[in-house]
Design a binder for this molecule. Structure first.
Ligand code: FE2
Length: 224
C-alpha cells in the first residue's frame, strides 16, 4: 500500500540489541515471503499495492543506500541499475520507476533479490555496533518493520484476487509466528481518557507523536 516516508524523531536509539533487532527484522521479512513463488511475489494487485519482491528489494535498497554506500568503506553497489527500480519516494536519490509499474519487474528474479538481501545483511555486520550509526540503523529497522506490514497487506489482496483462493500457509501457522508475536501485541484499555502517541525514549517516526490525551470509547455493542 502507499505510505509516506517519514523522518526519525529526534530521540536517541537504544544501541543495545539493535543488531539483534536488525537481524530479526531481516529474517522475518524473508520468512514471511518464503511461501511465495516468483510469480506470487511479482504480483501488483493495484496501483497502491507493491509486489512482495519489491518490498524485499526496497528494504534492501534502503540499507545499501543509506548505510553501506555512505558508511562502509569501499562498498560497491550490488547492481548500479537497481536503485532506479527500488527507490520509493526519496527525491534526493534520483529518478525511479513509477509506483504503478512495480508489477512489471519480472526481472530481477526473486532468487536474485534474495541473494542481494543476504549479501547486504552480511555487509551490514560491521556497522551494527557503531554508536554513530545507531539512530540511522534504528530508522532502518523501523522502516523494514513498516514494510513487513505492507508486505502482508499487499500479498493478502493479491492472493484474494485469484479465484482459486490460494493461501499463504495452507492452514498451518506461519513459520515466523513466534517472531511475529514478539514484535507485535494487543493492549487492553477499559475506555475513557487514554494517553496515545509515542512517549518513550526509543525510536519513533515523527508522525507517531506527540503524546496526547484522547477519549476512547468501546463500540456501541460492547457498551450494552
Ligand atoms: Fe519504504
Amino acid at each position: 500500500m502507499h505510505h509516506r516516508e517519514t523522518s526519525p524523531a529526534a530521540v536517541p536509539a537504544d544501541a543495545a540489541g539493535l543488531a539483534a533487532r536488525f537481524r530479526a527484522a531481516r529474517a522475518l521479512t524473508e520468512a514471511l515471503a518464503a511461501p511465495l513463488s516468483d510469480a506470487d511475489a511479482s504480483l501488483q494487485s493495484m496501483a497502491d499495492a507493491s509486489p512482495a519482491k519489491w518490498h524485499l528489494a526496497h528494504t534492501t535498497w534502503f540499507w545499501e543506500t543509506f548505510l553501506l554506500r555512505e558508511h562502509a568503506t569501499g562498498y560497491r553497489l550490488w547492481n548500479d541499475d537497481w536503485p532506479f527500480l527500488f527507490n520509493s519516494y526519496y527525491e534526493a536519490e534520483g529518478a525511479r520507476i513509477a509506483r504503478d509499474a512495480r508489477g512489471m519487474l519480472s526481472r530481477p528474479a526473486l532468487a536474485e533479490v534474495i541473494e542481494w538481501r543476504v549479501s547486504v545483511s552480511d555487509a551490514m555486520t560491521p556497522l551494527l555496533d557503531d554508536p554513530a550509526l545507531a539512530d540511522l540503523i534504528a530508522l532502518g529497522v523501523a522502516h523494514e518493520e513498516q514494510h513487513i506490514e505492507l508486505l502482508m497487506t499487499d500479498i493478502k489482496h493479491a492472493l484474494f484476487l485469484n479465484p482459486l483462493g490460494p493461501a499463504m500457509w495452507n492452514g498451518t501457522p506461519p513459520p515466523s509466528a513466534a517472531a511475529l508475536s514478539a514484535l507485535m501485541g494487543w493492549h487492553y484499555h477499559p475506555g475513557g481518557i487514554a494517553l496515545t502517541g509515542h512517549g518513550g525514549s526509543g525510536f519513533a517516526f515523527d508522525n507517531e507523536g506527540p503524546r496526547v490525551r484522547r477519549q476512547l470509547r468501546w463500540p456501541v455493542e460492547r457498551q450494552l
